[in-house]
Ligand binder design. Sequence first.
Ligand SMILES: C[S@@+](CC[C@H](N)C(=O)[O-])C[C@H]1O[C@@H](n2cnc3c(N)ncnc32)[C@H](O)[C@@H]1O
Length: 212
Amino acid sequence: MTITLVPDAIEKYAQAHTEVPAPLFEELRQTTQERMSAPQMQVGRLEGTFLRLLVRMANARRVLEIGTFTGYSALMMAEGLPEDGELITCDVDPKAEAIARDFFARSPPGKKISLRMGPALETLKTLQGPFDLAFIDADKENYSHYYDAVLPLLRPGGLLVADNTLWSGRVLEPKSESDRAIVAFNDKVAADPRVEKVLLTIRDGMMLALKR
Ligand SMILES: C[S@@+](CC[C@H](N)C(=O)[O-])C[C@H]1O[C@@H](n2cnc3c(N)ncnc32)[C@H](O)[C@@H]1O
């Protein structure tokens, strides 16, 4: 079962009533379309703008991201950080890395971003908390492992955000390993008394979990 959660017309209407991003974001979208084989992995305008708002609302100074891709969500969140803020983002794909580094270098908020290459579970072992906000958006099979590794790095009151947690509706009838991994992640967060959580029906589903 694969469901488009938000009809295109509604997505367009919502975009028309949302902040317009800096022109560099449209250029990044186009570059990603032209050069990457799975450009739909990019969070896009609405979710990116929402992430930036969350960073501002959390008064975040340190943000952790797992899954940089070509850098759209990282750049958006970096815009929401203060001048002395820091965003650490992790990925494994050198082709996506090249695009991300190019756009980070061309954008003033890009100087707040540190891109760490290598499997995120290894990178996480090298990081010191506390972080104010963490965004999980990488390989779905590791979502529960990322959760276990990231939660201790968040400050009390810090926000964990995970993308694709409705997985195009496949959470309702899981068949593949990634389907089952997302289901296990959602069940784990839902049952965890250490966090206050809500699973939002934005785009492909966003789990928000506030560390108590
Ligand atoms: C959905 S994309 C991230 C999209 C990004 N947040 C954006 O808005 O453009 C997922 C990314 O996770 C990366 N990834 C996959 N496995 C990984 C791993 N073990 N460690 C770190 N990154 C990984 C992929 O290379 C890919 O770029």
